[in-house]
Design a protein around this ligand. Sequence first.
Ligand code: CAA
Length: 391
Amino acid sequence: MQGDLAVGIHDLSVSTTQFALTHETLAAHNGADIGKYHVGIGQRSMSVPAADEDIVTMAAAAAAPVVGRAGADRIRTIVFATESSIDQAKAAGIYVHSLLGMPSATRVVELKQACYAGTAALHFAAALVRQDPSQQVLVIASDVSRYEPDDPGEATQGAAAVAMLVGADPALVRLEEPTGLFTADIMDFWRPNYRTTALVDGQESIAAYLQAAEGAWKDYTERGGRSLGEFRAFCYHQPFTRMAHKAHRHLLQSQGHAADEDTVDRAVGGTTAYNADIGNSYTASMYIGLAALLDSAEDLAGRPVGFLSYGSGSVAEFFAGTIVPGYRSELRSGLHRDVISRRRIVDFTRYRELHAFSFPADGGDHPAPRETTGPYRLAGVFGHKRIYEPR
Ligand code: CAA
């Protein structure tokens, strides 16, 4: 147990992209019944990055208000979780550190294990804080989800970042021990280094997710965790928002509980509002579910929330957090609604142009078109170097 020291999420900020594609537009292109998207997978639109946006610009936009409020003095570590990495060697967090003018006395590292890496980052951050409670850790999860055009996965794309400040005496969520773990070597979803789009076996990936959720829950209960009935709500990884419903129904049934639609909806319904418009943001997705839950009308002060993080390949972790009394005054609800509603809706042709866009890999100088109206942009790729700038 962690003793009396409260450690957890002190601040949480979300950012996403300049553009969005609605599922009506996708359905008009591929002939799908819109009910399949709106009801079957629970998605209304997906965020689409501009040519001068990527995981770094979204991450910096999410982190800037967090660092602006807390100051950088106590932040000695930045952990950047992503599975849409822009470099095989350099950590994307170093660009964020530079854009935000953070002190040189900082360690910066990048973590990968599919959509699970944000949760690994959170727990590693909490361990650093327990070691030295005067320090804070900036955890960033940022991803662009891309499948091949006309792949069934195309409807489950998206892009977003979250930034979380982890520290002692957190203002939002107090993390609890134990946590439950599960790993299995499985090829349900992966992206070889030579590909820019993910490969997936859709139904296999759903089955793998459900098996991993059950496995992580089993380990959690064997280690003395809370019972299912104690939680007010559950944040699940949401590759599409219906997956949260599927997962919770599966968890309830696997433990012999009733799993009628009302029960499932009461447990996960508060977590899906943002992801239904953003789409899959891989490492950020579960924490965007948390942002939606905290920003919702219900007062959750003192209530336990369950978290089920899943990353294909696969690793899952179940853990609990208690919402801290007074959390509402620290929220960024207006900012979150604004970053989603300000996106420009694009038509199908423009979406496919953006999907196909890439910089030549010839080492020449390639400025990026000026498209984003966000606070940071990718200026271009010059001599194989990505150059970022405030807009
Ligand atoms: N009205 C209402 N519902 C409808 C409908 C209609 N007109 N038409 C279809 N549906 C329902 C279907 O019944 C189905 O629901 P159930 O799963 O509850 O049966 C749902 O809509 C989707 O229909 P299909 O399964 O036929 O859709 P699909 O073959 O196009 O595949 C998908 C859907 C597997 C999610 C696909 O989009 C995909 O491969 N996505 C990427 C992989 C993914 O997201 N996997 C999730 C687990 S892996 C993970 O979590 C890691 C990660 O982030 C990738």
